[in-house]
Design a protein around this ligand. Structure first.
Ligand code: SF4
Ligand SMILES: [Zn+2]
Length: 195
């Protein structure tokens, strides 16, 4: 039979090293960052979906992630951790678009989209009018391999999709226009009356 009294009085064995054994235990150290969150990300080399820790270090925010093929990497996602953390106070319920384009099948980010899992409607639609990028525009925030130019009909279809999803679009940014697509100026006419 179980003896409560004797088990509650069992001696507590200390695992703390005493002074005589201190040298055999290495000192504990803190990690050089604060763990903040966990998410899915992509390997920038092979685009495989991999898990990522979001960490705070030296008032910056980074993702730590490891691709089985391309190894460990650290990616800066904000240069101001205080500002990054303060933004959550402005979170609100997401606004649904009028229409989603794809179902959820493989999980984010492989179902783009917008798939029905997406939390927010399109506040700012980025419409690329070419895949060909010379990486020379000083204000660009993305890159791409040299690819082909989209036809005017393809770009118009993209704009129609934005309107189908949103009913009307708040902001549309046509980009990669500066060097590659000078003279590609008929889209504003296509947009008239839809925004
Ligand atoms: S549409 Fe949004 S939720 Fe869906 S896969 Fe793309 S990023 Fe993820
Ligand atoms: Zn990889």
């Amino acid at each position: 039979m179980h003896d409560r009294k004797s088990s509650s009085q069992a001696p507590i064995v200390s695992t703390m090293p005493d002074a005589s054994t201190e040298e055999t235990y290495p000192a504990r150290h803190d990690r050089p960052y604060i763990y903040h969150n966990f998410t899915n990300s992509l390997c920038p080399k092979c685009l495989k979906v991999i898990q990522a820790k979001i960490i705070l270090q030296n008032n910056k925010v980074y993702m730590l992630k490891t691709c089985p093929e391309h190894g460990a990497m650290r990616t800066l996602i904000s240069s101001d951790a205080a500002y990054y953390l303060s933004q959550s106070q402005y979170n609100k319920p997401g606004t649904l678009p009028r229409h989603f384009q794809t179902p959820v099948e493989l999980g984010c980010p492989l179902d783009c989209g917008l798939c029905t899992d997406h939390e927010q409607h399109t506040c700012l639609a980025l419409v690329e009018i070419t895949e060909a990028c010379n990486l020379r525009c000083p204000t660009c925030f993305a890159d791409s391999d040299v690819g082909r130019f989209y036809s005017l009909e393809e770009v118009e279809r993209m704009l129609d999709t934005v309107v189908e999803n949103e009913g009307y679009a708040d902001v549309v940014q046509l980009w990669r226009t500066h060097r590659q697509r000078r003279g590609f100026c008929t889209q504003p006419q296509h947009l008239q009356g839809q925004f």
